[in-house]
Design a protein around this ligand. Structure first.
Ligand code: G1P
Length: 273
C-alpha cells in the first residue's frame, strides 16, 4: 500500500516571473484552485492521505493554503461565499501535511532525497504539481498504485511526445510486458536527450512511485544533466536490475510549468465547468 505522497515544491518557477517572484508557482491557480491542490486531490483519490511537501524560502503560502484561515472563515461564516471553501476544508480534513525545506536547489533528485526524513522506509508517490493530470475514470496516481501493487517496484508515468520535444523530459527505453500495450519494463533512461540521442519518444511525466532504496541510490548519484542530481539517473540504477516499470497512463496531462500549457489547462478546465 502507498500511504505517502511527496511534492517537490522548492523550485523558483522562473518561467512565470514576475508572477512567481513572491508567490510559489505551485500556488498559481487553474480557475480557482492552485496547482498543488489538484495534486493533493489526485493523491487522495489514490487513497493516499499523508502529504510530504518539500518547500523552500518564499513558499509559506503553501502551508497556509492547507490550514485554517480563522479571520477569513470568521468573516464569511453564514454567507453565500462560505461554500467556496467547502472543497478545501474537506480535503484538509482527510489529510496530514508535513513540510521540510530544501536549503539548496540541487535538482529533483536532491529534492526527493531531502524528503527522506518525512517518508522513511516505505514506497511512496511523487507528484510534480506543475504536471497537471486529469482522467475522468480514475486519477493517474490511482492507476499507478494498481501497477505498483502488481509489480512491487518503482513505477513512472510516461506519455508519447513529439520527437523534437525529448530535450524537455526524461526519456525511457523498454519492452512491453505481459501482453499489455501500456506497461514497459524499463531498460534505459536518459535525462533530457536531444532528439538524435533519445532512445524513444516515451517521456517521463511528473508522477512516480518509488521504492525506498532510491534514497541510498540518490546519496551516491553524481550531478548529471545541468549539474543537478537527477531522479532519472538514480532510477537508471534500479532499471538496470529490472526494477522500474513505465506506465502509459490514461488521461490528459498539461505542462503547467510553461505558459502555453498553463493557458491550455485553464481553457480546458473552464470549458469543462
Ligand atoms: C523533471 C524530470 C524529467 C521529467 C519532467 C516531467 O524535469 O527531471 O525527467 O520528464 O520533470 O515534468 P523538470 O521539468 O523538472 O525540468
Amino acid at each position: 500500500m502507498i500511504k505517502k505522497c511527496l511534492f517537490p515544491a522548492a523550485g523558483y518557477g522562473t518561467r512565470f516571473l514576475p508572477a512567481t517572484k513572491a508567490t510559489p508557482k505551485e500556488m498559481l491557480p487553474i480557475l480557482t484552485k492552485p496547482l498543488i491542490q489538484y495534486g493533493v486531490e489526485e493523491a487522495v483519490e489514490a487513497d493516499i492521505h499523508t502529504m510530504a511537501i518539500i518547500t523552500g524560502r518564499g513558499k509559506r503560502a503553501i502551508e497556509d493554503h492547507f490550514d485554517i484561515s480563522y479571520e477569513l472563515e470568521h468573516q464569511i461564516k453564514g454567507g453565500s461565499k462560505e461554500q467556496l471553501l467547502n472543497e478545501i476544508r474537506g480535503l484538509i480534513k482527510q489529510c496530514t501535511f508535513s513540510y521540510t525545506r530544501q536549503i539548496e536547489m540541487k535538482g529533483l533528485g536532491h529534492a526527493i532525497l531531502t524528503g527522506e526524513t518525512l517518508i522513511g522506509k516505505e514506497a511512496f508517490a511523487v507528484v510534480l504539481a506543475d504536471d497537471l493530470c486529469y482522467c475522468e475514470e480514475e486519477g493517474v496516481l490511482a492507476q499507478m498504485v494498481e501497477v505498483y501493487e502488481k509489480y512491487q517496484c518503482s513505477v513512472i508515468a510516461i506519455q508519447e511526445v513529439p520527437e523534437d520535444q525529448t530535450y524537455k523530459y526524461g526519456v525511457i527505453d523498454g519492452k512491453l510486458v505481459d501482453g499489455t500495450d501500456n506497461t514497459y519494463r524499463v531498460a534505459n533512461m536518459v535525462e533530457k536527450p536531444e532528439p538524435e540521442e533519445a532512445p524513444s519518444n516515451l517521456a517521463i511525466i511528473g508522477r512516480y512511485i518509488l521504492t525506498p532504496d532510491i534514497f541510498d541510490i540518490l546519496r551516491e548519484t553524481k550531478p548529471g544533466k545541468g549539474g543537478e542530481i537527477q531522479i532519472t539517473d538514480a532510477l537508471l540504477s534500479q532499471a538496470k536490475e529490472g526494477r522500474v516499470i513505465a506506465y502509459k497512463f490514461k488521461g490528459k496531462r498539461f505542462d503547467c510549468g510553461s505558459v502555453d500549457g498553463f493557458v491550455e489547462a485553464t481553457n480546458w478546465f473552464y470549458d469543462k465547468m
